[in-house]
Design a protein around this ligand. Sequence first.
Ligand code: ADP
Ligand code: ASP
Ligand code: MG
Length: 464
Amino acid sequence: MIVMKFGGTSVEDATAIRRVIDIVRRERYRRPLVVVSACAGVTNSLIKIAHAVRDGDQRLSLEVLETLRSRHCQTASDLLAGSGRDRVVNLLEGMFQEVRNLVRGVQLLGELTNRSLDTFSSYGERLSSLIIHAAMVEQNLPSQLVDAREVMVTDRSYSAAQPIIGKIAERATKVFAPVINAEIIPVTQGFIGAVDDGSTTTIGRGGSDLSAAIFGSVLGAEEIQIWTDVDGMMSADPHIIPEAKLINIMSFDEASELAYFGAKVLHPRTILPAIEKKIPVRVLNSRRPKLNGTLIVHTLAESASPNLKGEVIKSIAFKKGITVINISSSRMLMAHGFLAKLFSIFADHEKSVDVVATSEVSVSLTIDNEENLSDIIRDMEKIGETRVQQGKAIVCVVGEGMKHTPGIGARIFSALGKAHVNIEMVSEGASEINLTLVIDEQVVHNAVKALHDEFFNSNQTHQD
Ligand code: ADP
Ligand code: ASP
Ligand code: MG
């Protein structure tokens, strides 16, 4: 079997959903499980509704709700006919009534918990999957709508709930497998899950990729397909660098570094479940389904494609909204246990650190959100002088070939020097397949462009 996950833009309207159905039909013989996201922008709108009512702006929340309602009913009407259409529109109306009830609940209570926020945002995937499933049935693709909450068991960390793999494996065998074995296509939601007691959770923004990967891994899929709005993993974000090139094949390690450092085409944790079972992941464009996309494999040696082994740099990713924290303490830094103490502060506050650079008298590290920052700083000040710089960005240059090629660092620094980009931190991962830089957020697009020109548009003989 295979898993086919369709992202928001791939299901944004009736035209997009028709394309999805054609793509699924083409792959039908491979026994797909279909995982869908909310229609493009809908999760943001649901969060907006929740925040508006929390902030006392009920008018705005109902306005956004009405826009969503008419958009979904329109999509269903465009796709479906006759009694099928009436049935689905009724179900959609019922769901919007539930959202209205939630709005009322938040208004009465005067507070919005992460738990209720998850219930709000879960509607995006529940609405889209209802429409897509009905359209498949109407177009003679035997399919069954399965509520992902019956399978995706998570802990209670609402908004960033952790999937519990053992339980998901059990449920998937019970719920998905019989449907797939009966040659019926299960259509389910990405992103949403439930605690054992049934309360709805979500697994973090962009989480549908992760849902797909987990379902694929517990069901032993032969491939996990991530269908999106670009041709695959590219040498840079094609919306920033239009001349970005498609990467035909890459390793799990390369893909994880890229995803982790900002290439949102793949959720950073998607790769892990796939690695564990060595399941290839393919990133594909639902608007150009004939292209082969990017194949992500366990190790490049396994691949039959010889040309890409020689490539030094595969891609350049970036992530904005980074905060750098420097701590210096001439007295304590060299003392044993200092780094342990420093990192235990981050562990205590459940904050993950992205990039670390150390010198004899100072340590710099980066975080990508400022939740609990003041508490962290207060604790850090007890062990050293602490300075915070906001508005930074991470740029990450990734490629397996970097391991064996001298002079890459020099080319990176000189390209950035010529573009007048000041580098504030540098770090090379132990895997030696990435070089990560921290720079000012305002110059990040220039920096990515300069690096892309250096490695992809200049004379490629440099790299050989
Ligand atoms: P989906 O809704 O299908 O999950 P996302 O918006 O989450 O899609 O991810 C696709 C987007 O990722 C692309 O539109 C592109 O702007 C962005 N992106 C960032 N870096 C890259 C990259 N290296 N290659 C391809 N896309 C990238
Ligand atoms: N709909 C969710 C989001 O926008 C999950 C996803 O699309 O992957 O974050
Ligand atoms: Mg996504």
